[in-house]
Design a protein around this ligand. Structure first.
Ligand code: PLP
Length: 433
């Protein structure tokens, strides 16, 4: 019998925020002095509504996952139907229509010649699988390689492998001594590209290069040009270094094309997807690879198997949410929305780029980032971040600054009026904060 004195009773005297405070440990949150967590009871389109009926524009797509708006009726309907047919089944030894169909529909629209889909649960695990595929690929080929190449300030997730290939930062600080060794290179630009290429061509023992194409998200929405990335991929190819495009954030229209790597001539060997995959409805991760990589695991030798899997691998409900999200994504109307958001951002960028408080401003597709002028070096922890966060919340806008960097990364269905409202709020913040 449970000790009833230890049971958390559902205290009707308390509101949701207070009940939360008693039992929940939130992500990325110093719980000692955390602001009260806002109780959201409903979502519709770009809006979420709190317990008191206050409306917030979800200008960051709920951590970059939501592409078609909240509680999308079509996705909801498809998910509900699937729930009555098959909620889940073990994916080793068994298969199901949603997983097969999603792979059949995804592979042809991915950049390059992606041949196989490996399912996991989220972006971090999609990255883990990609790294394992590369390391074991060389092992299976009989030419083991141990080194991995990544960008400084990269972010590839929070599990240990994904953390290892991410830039060292306050997020990794407590674990740095346990992270495996990775070589970090600068983002390419016109000045360093030839140096980077010759550096890569001299690398020995390097299994793979993992990168966020065109834009480093958590690292501060740092953007770089496709043509230089293209040259890095070409150098990797020449040096027999496999390439992993982490399109977890950039996938599904975020950068203006369905996938960021469409803008490249050289294509990656492996692609990681998650976030927008299910339209932001369910957790699901995908790692795709070329035939060449897949075939290196085919063997009579059991040790050449990719021994990786998760209990919820290829969850049918998440696969169906993805199929429904794809239906919406591939409509011409959605592409028009993406182009509309992109064009609106470009006009706003011109309007404020010379403002004295704007240290830098940059845009890739539907993402626009504004770096605030600040005299504080350790900007992520700066007070400015919290001031800005609260300022926009008070105006009914969810914007989560990365330190002194504000960015808008909205669901594509956001209206012109809502975008104008956010732009106006940023302009007034530039005067007031
Ligand atoms: C968010 C993100 C991840 C990690 O995805 P999770 O689902 O949060 O584990 C990996 N790579 C990139 C580029 C991301 O933006």
């Amino acid at each position: 019998m449970p000790d009833s004195s230890k049971l958390h009773t559902l205290d009707s005297q308390l509101n949701l925020t207070e009940r939360d405070q008693k039992v929940i440990w939130h992500p990325y949150t110093q719980m000692k002095n955390a602001l009260p967590h806002i109780p959201i009871v409903r979502g519709e389109g770009v809006y979420v509504f709190d317990e008191d009926g206050k409306r917030y524009i979800d200008a960051v797509s709920s951590w970059w996952v939501n592409i078609h708006g909240h509680s999308h009726p079509y996705i909801a309907q498809r998910v509900a139907e699937q729930l009555n047919v098959l909620e889940h089944v073990i994916f080793a030894g068994f298969t199901h229509e949603p997983a097969v169909l999603l792979a059949e529909r995804l592979l042809p629209i991915l950049p390059g010649k992606q041949d196989k889909v490996f399912y996991t649960d989220n972006g971090s695990t999609a990255v883990e699988v990609a790294l394992k595929m590369c390391l074991q690929y060389w092992d299976n080929k009989g030419t083991p390689k141990a080194k991995i190449l990544a960008f400084k300030n990269a972010y590839h997730g929070d599990t240990f492998g994904a953390m290892s290939v991410s830039g060292r930062s306050i997020f990794t600080d407590a674990f740095n001594s346990l992270l495996f060794d990775v070589e970090f290179i600068d983002l390419p630009n016109e000045n360093n590209i030839s140096h980077l290429i010759s550096h890569i061509s001299n690398l020995k023992d390097t299994a793979c290069f993992i990168f966020e194409p065109l834009i480093l998200g958590s690292g501060g929405m740092l953007m770089y040009e496709a043509k230089y990335l293209d040259q890095l991929l070409s150098a990797c190819k020449d040096a027999a270094i496999l390439t992993i495009a982490d399109e977890v954030m950039t996938g599904f229209g975020r950068t203006g094309t369905y996938f960021a790597c469409e803008k490249l001539t050289n294509k990656p060997d492996i692609i990681c997807l998650s976030k927008g995959l299910t339209g932001g409805t369910m957790p699901l991760g995908v790692t795709t690879c070329t035939k060449e990589i897949f075939e290196a695991f085919l063997s009579d030798d059991k040790l050449k198997t990719l021994y990786h899997g998760h209990s919820f691998t290829a969850n049918p409900i998440a696969c169906v949410a993805s199929l429904a999200s794809l239906d919406i994504l591939l409509k011409s109307e959605t592409l028009q929305n993406i182009k509309r958001v992109e064009a609106k951002h470009a006009v706003f960028l011109e309007e404020i780029k010379t403002h004295p408080k704007v240290k830098a401003i940059r845009q890739t597709g539907t993402i626009i980032a504004i770096e605030w002028e600040t005299d504080n070096e350790t900007s992520y922890l700066s007070n400015l971040r919290n001031l800005l966060y609260s300022y926009f919340l008070n105006k009914g806008i969810i914007l989560r600054p990365l330190g002194n960097i504000i960015y808008i990364l909205p669901p594509y269905v956001i209206s012109d009026e809502d975008l104008d409202y956010i732009y106006a709020a940023i302009k007034s913040a530039l005067e007031e904060v």
